[in-house]
Design a protein around this ligand. Structure first.
Ligand SMILES: Nc1nc2c(ncn2[C@@H]2O[C@H](COP(=O)(O)OP(=O)(O)OP(=O)(O)O)[C@@H](O)[C@H]2O)c(=O)[nH]1
Length: 289
């Protein structure tokens, strides 16, 4: 039996728990089943009580206190411990039917999404390659208010790409907190980033250089390697041609529904819910007899 799930990921404070809550609320209001898993061993206050909570297995507070580790080392220890005790997940998730959307609310430490191989191991275990056979996608959140300029946008996009490459599961990238982007200029800028037009971003660099006065040109020359780096990063994003962002405003139910429909597509949720057509007459007779 297939299962369906989404890993809600992204840097600290990007809005993962708030998005998870709005998803749960929307799923409930549309009479869909969901199962909420908190995998953040440091999480505290919840609007919706998790159906499964890593803190029943291990908490960051205990680890820091008993092992004398800091918050990042402590988190890594917690995930290593989870990977040694995977029956904690299996027992709770195995009985779930394919109607459920399993929402995994992940921690925000960026290390988890870049170079430490703990998340790939966990993802393999949960995904179709592992015993739980979950059709899994990642929802990677970046805070829209942080990416209103190009440099931060590139940095955020690279972190999203790093997670994409590391986890090898379908990815939905999301600009969160759109309700906080009030002015029209920022909204226009963000729209440009949401559907990344790399040619345009590269052209911006050239336009800036062309219209610069002699003093500015000198400054640009001294920053030449940065410009080259920007162009190389823009080219990298273009080469992958898979980085685009959905815009999320959790205060707008249509926006939440729109993001959910991309997640559903990524995990092919609806295909599995449609009643299976009998192949031929013979099969009908056989099933009826
Ligand atoms: N205005 C606005 N505030 C938001 C939104 N999403 C989250 N916030 C606020 O941003 C802060 C962080 O939100 P969380 O949902 O806890 O973020 P998180 O990514 O789960 O945080 P960590 O688990 O600490 O990594 C909270 O104060 C939220 O109220 C949003 O869409 N709009």
């Amino acid at each position: 039996m297939s299962k369906f799930g989404v890993l809600v990921m992204g840097p600290a404070g990007a809005g993962k728990t708030t998005f998870s809550n709005s998803l749960i609320q929307h799923l409930q209001s549309t009479r869909r089943s969901c199962f909420y898993v908190n995998l953040d061993p440091a999480a505290e206050n919840f609007t919706y009580q998790p159906d499964l909570d890593i803190r029943e297995l291990i908490t960051l507070e205990d680890v820091m206190e008993e092992l004398g580790l800091g918050p990042n080392g402590g988190l890594i220890y917690c995930f290593e411990f989870l990977l040694q005790n995977l029956e904690f997940l299996t027992e709770a998730l195995d009985p779930l039917s394919e109607e459920y959307l399993i929402i995994f609310d992940m921690p925000g430490q960026i290390e988890l999404y870049t170079h430490i191989p703990l998340l790939p191991s966990l993802t393999q275990f949960l995904s179709r390659q592992g015993p739980l056979n979950i059709n899994l996608c990642a929802a990677y959140l970046l805070e829209s208010t942080f990416v209103v300029d190009k440099a931060k946008f590139f940095a955020g996009t690279l972190s999203a790409m790093s997670a994409m490459l590391m986890l090898e599961i379908p990815h939905v990238n999301i600009l969160s907190k759109m309700d906080q982007v009030n002015d029209m200029v920022s909204r226009r800028e963000l729209r440009r980033f949401a559907n990344v037009d790399v040619q345009l971003l590269q052209k911006d660099e050239e336009d800036v250089a062309a219209s610069a006065n002699p003093m500015e040109k000198e400054a640009l020359m001294s920053g030449g390697s940065f410009n080259q780096l920007n162009r190389a990063v823009a080219q990298l994003i273009d080469d992958f041609s898979m980085v685009s962002f959905l815009q999320l405003d959790v205060s707008d139910e249509d926006s939440v529904a729109g993001v959910l429909s991309h997640i559903d597509d990524a995990i092919q949720y609806h295909e599995a819910q449609e009643p299976r057509e009998p192949k031929d007459e013979h099969e009908v007779n056989y099933e009826e007899s």
